[in-house]
Structures are given as structure tokens and as C-alpha cells.
Design a protein around this ligand. Structure first.
Ligand SMILES: Cc1ncc(COP(=O)(O)O)c(C=O)c1O
Length: 379
């Protein structure tokens, strides 16, 4: 991804000046900083950022500038990236399956916090030399609904196995913590409450006082125009549940939002390559920044702009949206209402696109080149 500098005022000003033929992501540092502030002020504990949601250098840089002092990292490459931008930041290596080479790399870069969900993976960390005193955060799972898709199929010990692991971790001299992930785009505060209640039960069963409780990511972003993500209600529910479940042995809390931290700060501009009756062909699709749309449902937060910057305002006509590759999987779900006066060369501006967009772009069919432009305002 090419990062363009300096600042432009708005996406429209950039599109009119540059007429880009590749997709462009527009980043608003102001919105990113405001979202970071909302988490720091509202969440009753340490706020970290899940780098995987968007690992662009300017995103990490702006979050560190906004006051984030800790990051959730999934791989040595993410560790090295954050170290190069925010060398003092605390790093929580919370991908619970790692190769021995990955563990060695993390130790070499000074990581002292790891999640584990299995005795074999804990043994690997010990054998590779993670020193006692480091934090071992046991990850567990519950059959809880409320998210767009569930993460429990892949990672997490059962509560019973988590209690055994927590006991083993504490006995071996590591700082015992617990974590869970309610699943991404989780809109129901009750999911966190169920996990927090279970956390207290696991700590009790293990006979261990928790050092910290990491309540994961999963916080929702505004995917549809009608959405109002209930962040404050989730923060209140977490605070209340921890007070009720842990009483006087309340652990310090951590959260690690990815999606909710970065989604709103980025809009995506795609170019209309061609129009056919009932269909539009764009310069990006499921192998690029729109990869999540077929999984999560097509967002309706979009508008069409002519190359001279005028918004297209014709009556909405439902159209099938195709991406640029040569296969017919590369299409958006459903028929999307788009203005009848849109034309070849126009731009489709899609909002709320900061998370899991650039992060998963492929070069399939030779596409996937993208620019990131920093703007003062997204409107
Ligand atoms: C351990 C961990 N923490 C946090 C996140 C971020 O989740 P979200 O983007 O739903 O907030 C993920 C996502 O995969 C994760 O695996």
C-alpha cells in the first residue's frame, strides 16, 4: 500500500485533484483520536489496539499519539511493526498458537505477555524460555451468541480446562490472567456479562487470584446507516459485571478492540470501471478491501461521486456490484441501490471501512494496489 502525504482536505478534494484509478483509503486521524478517547475515557481499564484490524503505519502512529500505550499483536511481524513505531508500548502476544521460531522471535523483541489455551502451547512457551514473572493469559470459550461470527470454534479452552491451565500457570510462577473473545461485531452486552461471570467461576475453581482480565475485542462498529453501536452500554455492563462477579478481588481490566477502534476513521473510494444494465464493475472486490462484505452483509453506508466531485443524486436503482477479477465469486451480496445517473469513471465512496479491509487484501489477478491518503475530514 502506498501512503500518500501530505494531508488533503477531504476525499472529494483528493479525488478531483488526483483522479486515482486504484482504490484509495482515506484516513481521518481526528476520528481515530476521538475513538481512542472514547475507549480511554469510557472503558474501566487498559485500552489496547488489536493491530490485525488495520496495521497501516499511520494508524499505529496516530493511536500512539492519541494515548494508547499497549497493543495486541498476533505475530512477530506485528511485534516488529509496533516496536518500530512505538518502541515503549506494551505488547500482548495473544495469538494462542505459535511456532517455536515465533516464540523465540517474540522473546527476542522483549514480549512479556502471552495468551495460552492449551497445555501443549503453554509447555512450548516454557521450553522456549519465557521466564516466570511474564504474564500468561489463559483464553477460554463459551457457547455464547451475539456476534457476527464466533471465534470459539478455533481458539479457547473449555472453562474446566481453563481452570486447570490457570492453576498450572500460577504454580509455575507466571502472572495468571484470563481472556476471552466474544466474537467480532458483537452488539449484545450480555455476551460480555456471561464471559465475566464464567471468568470469576474459573478463577474460583482454580483457587487463583487473577492478575488481569482481558475482555477481548468484539466491540461493534457502525456497519449500517441505522446502527448506533452501543459502546457505552457495553462498557457499563462490563464494569457492573466485574464488580458483581469479583467483589473485592476485582482484577485489572484490559480490552483489545480492533474493528471498533479503526473502522469509522477510514472511508474507501472505488472507481466505476463499467456499467451494464443492472450491474456495475468496480476496481476492488472480495479479494481486496471488500473481503468482509459477503461474510457480514453489504454495508449501505455509501455514495457515488462524479470525477468533478459532484455527488450523484439520481433515483436509487438496485444493481449487482462486481469486483475486478475474472471470476464470478467476486461480487457483493444482494443488489445494492445506486443512483441511476452514475457513470463510468465515477467513484463509490464507502464509509466505516477501516477494519479488516486493507488488512486482508490479496494481489489476485494483479489487483490489490491501494493508496492510503490522510485527510482532515471524511465528509
Ligand atoms: C485475540 C484477539 N483480540 C482482539 C481481536 C479484535 O477483534 P475485533 O476486531 O472484533 O475487536 C481479535 C480478532 O481477531 C483477536 O483475535
Amino acid at each position: 500500500m502506498t501512503v500518500t502525504r501530505p494531508f488533503h482536505m477531504t476525499p472529494k478534494a483528493y479525488l478531483v485533484a488526483e483522479r486515482p484509478d486504484d482504490p484509495v483509503l482515506f484516513l481521518s486521524p481526528e476520528i481515530l483520536a476521538a475513538t481512542a478517547r472514547q475507549f480511554i475515557d469510557g472503558f474501566p481499564g487498559l485500552v489496547t489496539y488489536a493491530v490485525k484490524a488495520n496495521a497501516a503505519g499511520p494508524v499505529i502512529e496516530n493511536l500512539a499519539r492519541a494515548g494508547l500505550t499497549a497493543f495486541d499483536v498476533a505475530s512477530p511481524a506485528e511485534i516488529a511493526l509496533v516496536r518500530s513505531i512505538a518502541p515503549e508500548a506494551a505488547l500482548h502476544y495473544n495469538n494462542p498458537v505459535r511456532s517455536r521460531a515465533e516464540i523465540d522471535a517474540a522473546i527476542g523483541m522483549g514480549v512479556t505477555s502471552y495468551s495460552v489455551d492449551d497445555a501443549g502451547e503453554f509447555a512450548k512457551l516454557v521450553e522456549e524460555g519465557v521466564a516466570p514473572g511474564a504474564e500468561m493469559t489463559v483464553r477460554f470459550k463459551l457457547p455464547v451468541a451475539g456476534a457476527a461470527y464466533d471465534f470459539g470454534e478455533k481458539f479457547g479452552a473449555t472453562p474446566e480446562a481453563a481452570a486447570d491451565l490457570l492453576r498450572a500457570v500460577a504454580k509455575a510462577g507466571y502472572r495468571p490472567s484470563l481472556t476471552f473473545h466474544p466474537g467480532t461485531q458483537c452488539t449484545d452486552p450480555a455476551a460480555w456479562v456471561a464471559y465475566i461471570d464464567a471468568s470469576a467461576g474459573i478463577a474460583r475453581a482454580a483457587g487463583v487470584t487473577l492478575d488481569r482480565l482481558n475482555v477481548g475485542g468484539g466491540f461493534p462498529s457502525r456497519r449500517m446507516q441505522a446502527d448506533t453501536p452501543p459502546l457505552e452500554a457495553i462498557f457499563r455492563a462490563i464494569d457492573g459485571a466485574v464488580a458483581r462477579a469479583f467483589g473485592t478481588s476485582r482484577p485489572a481490566l484490559i480490552c483489545e478492540p480492533g474493528r471498533a477502534m479503526v473502522a469509522e476513521a477510514v472511508s474507501l473510494a472505488l472507481r466505476v470501471k463499467a456499467l451494464r444494465p443492472g450491474m456495475v464493475y468496480l476496481n476492488d472486490g472480495i479479494y481486496g478491501a471488500l473481503a468482509e462484505q459477503p461474510v457480514m452483509g453489504m454495508t449501505d453506508r455509501l455514495g457515488v461521486v462524479a470525477p468533478d466531485g459532484r455527488p450523484r443524486s439520481g433515483a436509487p436503482v438496485p444493481r449487482l456490484i462486481w469486483g475486478p477479477t475474472c471470476d464470478s465469486l467476486d461480487r457483493m451480496p444482494g443488489a445494492v441501490p445506486l443512483p441511476e445517473d452514475m457513470a463510468e469513471g465515477d467513484y463509490v465512496l464507502i464509509h466505516g471501512m477501516g477494519a479488516y479491509s486493507t488488512a486482508t487484501v490479496t494481489r489476485f489477478n494483479g489487483y490489490g494496489a491501494m493508496r492510503l491518503a490522510t485527510v482532515r475530514s471524511l465528509s
